[in-house]
Design a binder for this molecule. Structure first.
Ligand SMILES: NC(=O)OP(=O)(O)O
Length: 360
């Protein structure tokens, strides 16, 4: 039975830390490799190290039934860096869902490729793929979970740990030629606020952040449709995360004491018909300087958003301002997906906890 990853709830805390550490090292190894190569005298510099080639001559299927920019481009470029190839298989490209079942598709693609990175509608679809795939399946987003997004968010927070500690200097990032790679900066326990719908992004936050000592404060509209689905809340409780989660419907109350404010679109893929009702239900939830000041967020609060963004949920002042970490967060989709591909598809060892720095 191959290992799979449906949600970060499936990984222990040390295993998540290992993926983040591995992402941080792969990023440091890969960036000099990807930089324009210099000629002339500077060509006498120390030879560059090539990142792990665990996917050399291997193929990863990107089975995407929904649109994607970040996840798709991260996956394709990460597979290339690992020496392999990603095959993008969109909903109109293959027989799945029209002439062929998920069961048969998983068996056939798994017989030809060495991993499946799948973006699906209903979460049951990816469970079905995983049940019958002979190779590992990684969740690229389902109705319930979005694990690779939260890996990127965590890496971004760790890289910006100095912003949350008044006396800490910014870490050095350039490492080429210095031997050992910089360790992942330690992150102090934070208060992280979510304003918006109970989406797959929030769900992976709920089962992850409290295990690292972070408190979560959530505001969703009071209607039942915006509350946490039972299968997700069951995992939250199973992991003991519920005691560190405050959940209400007042966005001002939710941002109280926040170090980080996170939101996402109020109208996810497939919910376009509900747009008018949703815009009404989320009135007052837009992340702005005024809202966070009135609610008592910490003076240095920072902003995360998985993207794509619409101006409904966050105004331009916050989104493009100095509080925003959204573009480093987007960049980190690549390094975290690269680490997950290396460990899951290349080594079948994503759930392990042994250090990986020497094999980056
Ligand atoms: N955040 C995210 O998953 O972006 P894409 O939908 O563009 O992949």
């Amino acid at each position: 039975m191959p290992p799979h990853l449906m949600t970060l709830a499936d990984l222990s805390t040390p295993a998540i830390t290992r993926v983040l550490t591995h992402s941080h090292t792969l990023k440091q190894v890969s960036l000099p490799w990807l930089a324009p190569q210099q000629t002339g005298k500077s060509s006498r510099r120390k030879p560059l190290k090539m990142p792990s080639q665990s996917l050399f001559n291997k193929s990863i299927a990107l089975l995407f039934s929904k649109r994607s920019t970040r996840t798709r481009v991260s996956a394709e470029t990460a597979a290339t860096l690992l020496g392999g190839r990603a095959l993008f298989l969109g909903r109109d490209d293959i027989q799945l869902g029209v002439n062929e079942s998920a069961r048969d598709t998983a068996r056939v693609i798994g017989g030809m490729c060495q991993g499946i990175f799948a973006r699906v509608g209903d979460h049951a679809e990816i469970e079905e793929l995983a049940r019958y795939s002979p190779v590992p399946v990684l969740n690229a987003l389902s109705s319930l979970w979005h694990p690779t997004q939260i890996l990127a968010d965590l890496l971004t927070l760790h890289e910006h740990a100095h912003l949350f500690t008044s006396d800490a200097p910014a870490p050095e990032t350039a490492v080429e030629g210095k031997g050992a790679y910089k360790p992942l900066p330690e992150l102090r326990p934070l208060t992280i606020t979510w304003l918006g719908d109970s989406t797959n992004i929030l769900h992976d936050m709920l089962v992850t952040y409290p295990r690292f000592g972070h408190k979560i404060r959530v505001a969703t509209p009071a209607q039942l449709a915006y509350q946490c689905p039972t299968p997700v809340w069951d995992r939250v409780k199973e992991l003991g995360c519920d005691k560190d989660i405050w959940w209400g419907s007042d966005p001002r109350e939710a941002v109280h004491g926040a170090d980080v404010v996170v939101t996402d679109t109020w109208i996810s893929m497939g919910q376009e018909a509900e747009k008018a009702q949703r815009l009404k239900d989320f009135q007052g939830y837009q992340v702005t300087e005024a809202l966070c000041k009135e609610g008592g967020a910490k003076s240095g609060w920072k902003f995360l958003h998985c993207l794509p963004r619409k101006p409904d949920e966050v105004d331009d002042e916050v989104f493009y301002g100095p509080r925003s970490l959204v573009f480093p967060e987007a960049d980190n989709r690549k390094w975290t997906i690269m680490a997950a591909f290396d460990l899951l598809f290349g080594k079948w060892n994503l759930h392990g906890t042994e250090a990986t720095q020497s094999e980056a």
